[in-house]
Design a protein around this ligand. Structure first.
Ligand code: ADP
Ligand code: MG
Length: 240
């Protein structure tokens, strides 16, 4: 589904991604772990062109999105992104937050979008918040809304960048549970997280990123039981 070739990204003299080669297959749940500053967010942001790669190519469902002629909006539509800090519009209702993009892009009429928003809100148990505003919600509720908002675009892939890192501990579970549901539904997911329990339980593959490269990866059992790279061993000794 996603084919990354020799992907590099620099900010001035700072080389953040250093020649990443990777395939992500349909239905996979890839969890990316690694120390702060290793390039995890930049990698995710390159995948949906929120950052422009310095060199290399990214092919999504057969289309080279790094081509100059690529339709950036179409690509972003296929890839839902969920951030650490929710990024909901505080002055819009929950329903409006969810329906804004699909209506604006002409994917659905307002009525269709409203119906879809209510269907999704019911699914996550937040239908009663449709007319509330983001500041009235808890962090866990806001993040579940952010996930619903991304789902309303009917993406083929969901990218998550530390979706639970800004939450109070008691709210982490409700967000991870929703992500597990998505995984069970067969969604292709790329998740940057420090939640090792989630990685063990949900990931089909765990990747360790260090200094802008994926230095080790594997199925979670093998990955956690038998880390080989010294930097990964050191990292796991601190987080487990
Ligand atoms: P991670 O998500 O693993 O913590 P990031 O991808 O956010 O790492 O950042 C990797 C490195 O790139 C860091 O040194 C960070 O300061 C730098 N960086 C990220 N975004 C920018 C930017 N827009 N401009 C300059 N430097 C950046
Ligand atoms: Mg980050």
């Amino acid at each position: 589904m996603i084919d990354v070739k020799d992907l590099s990204k620099s900010f001035g003299n700072l080389h953040v991604l250093n020649g990443i080669n990777e395939h992500i297959y349909k239905g996979e749940k890839v969890v990316i772990i690694g120390p702060s500053g290793s390039g995890k967010s930049t990698f995710l942001r390159c995948l949906n062109l929120m950052e422009k790669p310095t060199s290399g190519s990214i092919c999504v469902e057969g289309e080279y999105i790094t081509d100059r002629k690529a339709n950036v909006n179409l690509i972003r539509r296929k890839m839902g992104m969920v951030f650490q800090h929710f990024n909901l519009f505080p002055h819009l209702t929950i329903k409006k937050n969810i329906t804004l993009a699909p209506v604006k892009l002409g994917l659905m009429t307002k009525e269709e979008a409203d119906a879809e928003a209510m269907r999704l809100l019911e699914r996550v148990g937040l239908a009663d918040k449709a007319d509330a505003y983001p500041p009235q919600l808890s962090g866990g509720q806001k993040q579940r809304i952010a996930i619903v908002r991304a789902l309303a675009m009917k993406p083929d892939v969901m990218l998550f960048d530390e979706p639970t890192s800004a939450l109070d501990p008691e709210m982490v579970g409700e967000v991870l549970d929703l992500m597990k549901q998505l995984a069970d539904d067969g969604m292709t997911m790329v998740v940057v997280t420090h939640e090792m329990g989630f990685a063990r339980e949900v990931a089909s593959r765990v990747m360790f990123m260090s200094d802008g490269q994926i230095v080790e990866q594997g199925p979670p059992d093998e990955f956690f039981a038998n880390p080989k790279n010294p930097r990964l061993k050191d990292f796991l000794s601190k987080v487990l």
